[in-house]
Structure formats: structure tokens, C-alpha cells
Design a protein around this ligand. Structure first.
Ligand code: 5AD
Ligand code: SF4
Length: 453
């Protein structure tokens, strides 16, 4: 008999990928995904710990799941509540103490053990697993027998981080950097292509530090991308998230040489001040970042950039803040993410002096966002009138409408028949907004193997 599986995913793309993997692991046990928690037999919160208030949010969501579990119990049925992801990893003991109705708490490196853990939990045991057996996870998670993720899909190739930026929890929640072996990734990409995926987004917390093994050799990300570009059916390749220190010459060259590698890069810089970059332990300067951008633009003139910024890091002066605004003006970003600094327990940043008042952080964040949004809108508006190959990867809100992505990672709405879902089609951009664009189909001629560049 089919059981219902509810997973709520918070945070980054890695969690989205992990949630899909959990569903893949549980499918053979008869669990079918459901959108709503009501009536679910297993409810998993796949949590994120990157910024503040994460734990409180998890407790408030847990409070909503509790009556669902109790309603099932009244009918003599058992429902399990689980907390997975980075909050589980970082605060597992707090969760079990504060919410005794939680049956399972497990970290990101244990998802392959789900069947076993469910068996224990159904037997009445409380399961807590925050171990770090990262290699066995990837060896044991399914790669061939996977549910389709659609035309654009994530593929995790690297996990964890050894950079230890002073504000960041990732090295503690996801552990040391680990790269999956090349063959595993190629097998998974082939299986994805067989399931109808054309765009593969390679994921890792520090993805361009990738150094996987193959036949006794170590491959970097550039080499892996070239190999994946050989797979028929895969027409677009992207990767995220990268660190400036790991943008090596070959990877920069790949942006000019590999047509399937999309002309878009998310490259977080966090700050434009060398003093703050040093306090953040970023291991690069603002000019180092500008230089990488310039070299990428030499290889691929039309490449678009996005970045992450932190406003109001401890010790940040007005001058430092102005330097960040200057870096933004110098580079010109197509997309942007900016966050107010929040100290995370357990990170070096949490014990650093120089915390700024909230009002200053708020004001600086607003200034960053105003400039970044202005750039994003200008970038989108400049596309109006252009024709671009668009991969239709999502259904629109209303019938007769599809959502797609340009090579530059901009989303757009197009009136298009459903049969074009999953296809790449030439679209003329007719209007642009802050967060997207609208377009019209130029031609309905498509082939599954065309490249977008
Ligand atoms: N405070 C604010 N933003 C943070 N980020 C990571 N940790 C923090 C923090 N403590 C941001 C960084 C990172 C993105 C994923 O989240 O900009 O690149
Ligand atoms: Fe966190 Fe990224 Fe720095 Fe690693 S490189 S510590 S994941 S911000």
C-alpha cells in the first residue's frame, strides 16, 4: 500500500537536490510524495542554517506538524516526523529536547540510511544521526533509478567546504570538502538525460574546488564540464556556487571553449573592501575578483554575473561599504543576492568584536539592494528586442503559458503550447521587469540537441 511522504525544503539548491534524493531512496519503500502534510505518513523538514532564525522557523513548522501526527495516532496509525538538513546537523540535541514528538533527526550525510532509520523509528526508537560518512552516502544513493526532475535539474558533484569564511556555518554543517568520483557523476547525468533533462546544474557548496578521481587521475571542474558536454541530450550546463580562489585558468577558458556551458556565473564576492574580505577570511582581494571577471569577459564577451553580498559585517566602516558599492558599479551584475550580516553560533564571526547596530546594517543593506536592483532591471531591459534560445523548464501559472530560461539565467513567461515544454525555442524578448521578462516565440522549430550559445 502506498504511503504518503511530505518534504518541506528550506534554503539552497543543495537542499532541493537532497530532498529529491530522499524521495528517490523512499520510493521503493512505497512512499509517494505529497504536497500537503495532512495525512502524511512521513513528514520531513529539510532545514537550512545559513542565516538567523532558522531554528525558530523549524520549531514553528514542527508545531504545525504535531497535530497531524496526533490525528493519525487517534486513528491507530503511525506518522513520523523528521528533521533533516543543516539545522538537524548543527542543533540536533536542541530539537530532540524541545520537541519530544520528533521521531528522527538526521544530518545531510545520512540520507542513504533513511530506510534503516525509518525501521528504527517505526519500532519506537528515537533516531538521531549526525555522522559524517560522506563517501558512503554518494556510493549508496541511487544514480540510475531516479525520478525525473524535469528539463532543468540539479546534480550534486561536491559537498562541504574547507574555506572557513568567518561568517559561514557550512564547514560545520556540511563538513569537509568532498568531490564525487567522475564516473558516478557521468552515470547520473546520463540517467538524467534519459529522463528528459536537458539542462544540468552542477551543485556544490564550493563547486569549483571540485577535484574528483577518475582512473587514478584527479579531474578539475573544467575537465568534468567538458566530459559532461559530450553527453547527447544534455544541451546546457551550469554550476554553482563558486569561490573566486578556485576560478582556475582552465575553468575560465571553458567559458569560451565549451558551447554548452551557459554564459552566466554566480560568483559570490561578499564585500568590496580588502580589509573586510580579510576579516571574513575570504582569501582574495577585491581586485583579484575584478581580474577574474575581466578574464571571463575576454573569453565570453556576453557572460552575465551574479553574486552574494553581506551588508554590515562586524567592523565594516562607511568607507568599506562604499568600496562594496564601487565594486558593484565596476562589475555590473545581472542578478543579485544580498544579506544583512547575522552572527551564526559556532563560527569565528560570532566571537569577533565590532558588531554593528541593526539600523546601520539595515541602511547599508538597503543601499546595496537599491543599486543591485537597478542593475538587474537595466540588464533585463537591455534584452528587450533581442532573440534568445529559451529552454521551457516550467509550466506557467495559466494554461497556454510556459516559463523558460535564457542562456543568461533570466526567467521569462511566454505564451506557448504545452508540447514545447522541455524544448529550447527562439524567443524574442518583448518586455522586461525587475525579476524577469516576457517574450514571444519566433519559430517553433526545435531540436533536442541544439545548443543555446
Ligand atoms: N550572515 C549573512 N549572510 C550570510 N551568508 C552566509 N552566512 C551568512 C551570515 N552569517 C550569505 C553569503 C553566502 C550566502 C549563501 O549566504 O553571502 O554567499
Ligand atoms: Fe561558506 Fe562559501 Fe565561505 Fe565555504 S566558501 S565557508 S560555503 S561562504
Amino acid at each position: 500500500m502506498s504511503k504518503k511522504l511530505y518534504i518541506k525544503t528550506y534554503g539552497c539548491q543543495m537542499n532541493v537536490y537532497d530532498s529529491k534524493k530522499m524521495a528517490d531512496v523512499l520510493a521503493p519503500l512505497g512512499y509517494a510524495p505529497t504536497e500537503e502534510p495532512d495525512g502524511a505518513d512521513l513528514m520531513i523538514l529539510n532545514t537550512c542554517h545559513i542565516r538567523e532564525k532558522a531554528t525558530e522557523k523549524v520549531f514553528s513548522d514542527l508545531g504545525r506538524l504535531r497535530p497531524i501526527k496526533e490525528a493519525k495516532a487517534e486513528q491507530g496509525e503511525k506518522a513520523l516526523i523528521a528533521v533533516a538538513g543543516c539545522v538537524a546537523q548543527a542543533e540536533g540535541d536542541v530539537i530532540t529536547k524541545r520537541a519530544n514528538y520528533v521521531d528522527m533527526v538526521f544530518g545531510p550525510q545520512t540520507y542513504h540510511l533513511l530506510p534503516e532509520m525509518i525501521l528504527q523509528a517505526n519500532g519506537g526508537e528515537r533516531v538521531i544521526n549526525t555522522d559524517f560518512p560522506v563517501e558512503s552516502k554518494f556510493d549508496l544513493l541511487p544514480t540510475g533509478d531516479i525520478a525525473s526532475q524535469g528539463p532543468s535539474a540539479f546534480l550534486s558533484i561536491q559537498e562541504g567546504c574547507d574555506k572557513f569564511c568567518t561568517f559561514c556555518v557550512v564547514p560545520y554543517t556540511r563538513g569537509a570538502e568532498y568531490s564525487r568520483p567522475v564516473q558516478q557523476i557521468i552515470d547520473e547525468a546520463r540517467a538524467m538525460a534519459d529522463q528528459g533533462t536537458s539542462e544540468v546544474i552542477l551543485l556544490g557548496q564550493n563547486v569549483n574546488a571540485y577535484h574528483g578521481t577518475h582512473a587514478g587521475e584527479t579531474w578539475d571542474l573544467a575537465r568534468l564540464i567538458s566530459a559532461l558536454a559530450e553527453i547527447g541530450g544534455i544541451t546546457r550546463i551550469r554550476y554553482m556556487t563558486s569561490h573566486p580562489r578556485d576560478m582556475n585558468d582552465d575553468l575560465i577558458a571553458a567559458h569560451g571553449d565549451v558551447a554548452k556551458l551557459m554564459p552566466f556565473l554566480h560568483l559570490p564576492v561578499q564585500s568590496g573592501s580588502d580589509r573586510i574580505l580579510e576579516l571574513m577570511n575570504r582569501k582574495h582581494t577585491a581586485d583579484h575578483y575584478r581580474d577574474i571577471i575581466a578574464r571571463l569577459r575576454q573569453r565570453r564577451t556576453d557572460i552575465a554575473f551574479s553574486s552574494d553580498f553581506i551588508a554590515g559585517f562586524s567592523g565594516e566602516t562607511e568607507e568599506d561599504h562604499q568600496q562594496t558599492l564601487q565594486l558593484i558599479r565596476d562589475v555590473g551584475f545581472a542578478q543579485c543576492y544580498s544579506f544583512k550580516y547575522s552572527t551564526r553560533p559556532g563560527t569565528p564571526g560570532a566571537v569577533m568584536g565590532g558588531m554593528l547596530p541593526e539600523a546601520i546594517k539595515d541602511r547599508r543593506l538597503q543601499e546595496l539592494q537599491a543599486l543591485l536592483q537597478e542593475q538587474q532591471l537595466a540588464y533585463n531591459l537591455a534584452a528587450v528586442g533581442q532573440v534568445m534560445p529559451v529552454l521551457f523548464d516550467r509550466k506557467g501559472n495559466r494554461p497556454g503559458q510556459l516559463l523558460g530560461k535564457t542562456p543568461y539565467n533570466t526567467s521569462l513567461y511566454v505564451d506557448a503550447p504545452e508540447r514545447l515544454f522541455g524544448q529550447t525555442v527562439d524567443v524574442q524578448i518583448t518586455a522586461a521587469f525587475q525579476n524577469g521578462m516576457r517574450g514571444e516565440i519566433v519559430t517553433t522549430e526545435t531540436t533536442a540537441t541544439r545548443t543555446a550559445a
